[in-house]
Design a protein around this ligand. Structure first.
Ligand SMILES: [Cu+2]
Length: 266
């Protein structure tokens, strides 16, 4: 009997914890409602199955408890039951995986009007680069990294001259415009994650990884590193500020370009 009570408490307690837990998703601030929907579908399916299995186990422990003189029936196979279990499991797994395929196809299809920005991770901070008036990011390589050029922008690439370089400060983005995020790491694997944007992506040394999103409301959001990257990992935070278009332009006007930063002040 104590085992039956413990199992029922686990089932009821898990559902209650899920409903009232303080770590539920933060209010969304991007176009990725589909990702939330996928998470919700997975929670529903796994939650129903988990609760059903635990309660069924409690029922069996109670119903088939030891009674002197009672014998278990021997039934090594039950074709009908096996078919049902296989079908129900198959449908459940397909229902969890299928929405992900649709979300993924949107996730990898960057809208044609998306502007680009770059986030560069290194132990243990974030830096950013935005295209200038030309709308293009210059090429970059770790071999160009120096104290004057912390992001390794190629000094010989004319497209890099007007790029806006943000080191040790917050990133700003305009609300309602799709952005493609290009991710580079200077050292080890990091992961760019803003919980409110839902989407996230690893930074791989030697590669440029990417994803896109549209910020849908203004505000300040914390950037976290979601890939364990050494002792400073918990401190690897940044801030992204989503502005109205006019606030964004004001901010943009105050930023320094790569050419300005790499020319020694006279
Ligand atoms: Cu990191």
């Amino acid at each position: 009997m104590p085992i039956v009570i413990a199992l029922v408490l686990i089932a009821v307690g898990s559902v209650a914890f899920h409903l009232w837990n303080p770590w539920w998703l933060t209010p969304i601030a991007s176009n990725w409602q589909y990702i939330d929907a996928t998470i919700a579908i997975t929670f529903w399916i796994t939650g129903v199955v988990f609760t059903a299995v635990i309660l069924f186990m409690a029922y069996c422990v109670f119903r088939f408890r030891h009674i002197p003189g009672r014998q278990a029936a021997y039934e090594p196979e039950n074709k009908k039951l096996e078919w049902w279990l296989a079908i129900v499991t198959g449908v459940g797994v397909a229902a969890m995986l299928t929405p992900g395929l649709f979300v993924w196809s949107q996730f990898v299809t960057v809208p044609a009007n998306a502007t680009e920005f770059e986030a560069v991770g290194q132990q243990w901070n974030w830096a950013f680069r935005l295209p200038g008036k030309s709308g293009r990011l210059g090429t970059s390589d770790v071999k160009y990294i120096s104290s004057d050029n912390p992001l390794g922008v190629n000094p010989n690439d004319p497209n890099g001259k007007d790029n806006i370089v943000i080191v040790g400060d917050d990133l700003h983005l305009p609300v309602g415009k799709p952005v493609k995020v290009l991710l580079r790491s200077v050292d080890v694997v990091h992961d760019f994650y803003v919980p409110e944007f839902r989407a996230k992506m690893d930074l791989m040394p030697g590669m440029v990884t990417r994803f896109w999103f549209t910020p849908i409301r203004t505000g300040e959001f914390e950037i976290l590193c979601a890939g364990f990257c050494g002792v400073g990992h918990p401190q690897m935070r940044g801030k992204v500020v989503v502005d109205t278009e006019s606030d964004y332009q004001t901010w943009l006007g105050k930023q320094q370009t790569f050419a300005q930063l790499s020319t020694p002040a006279k």
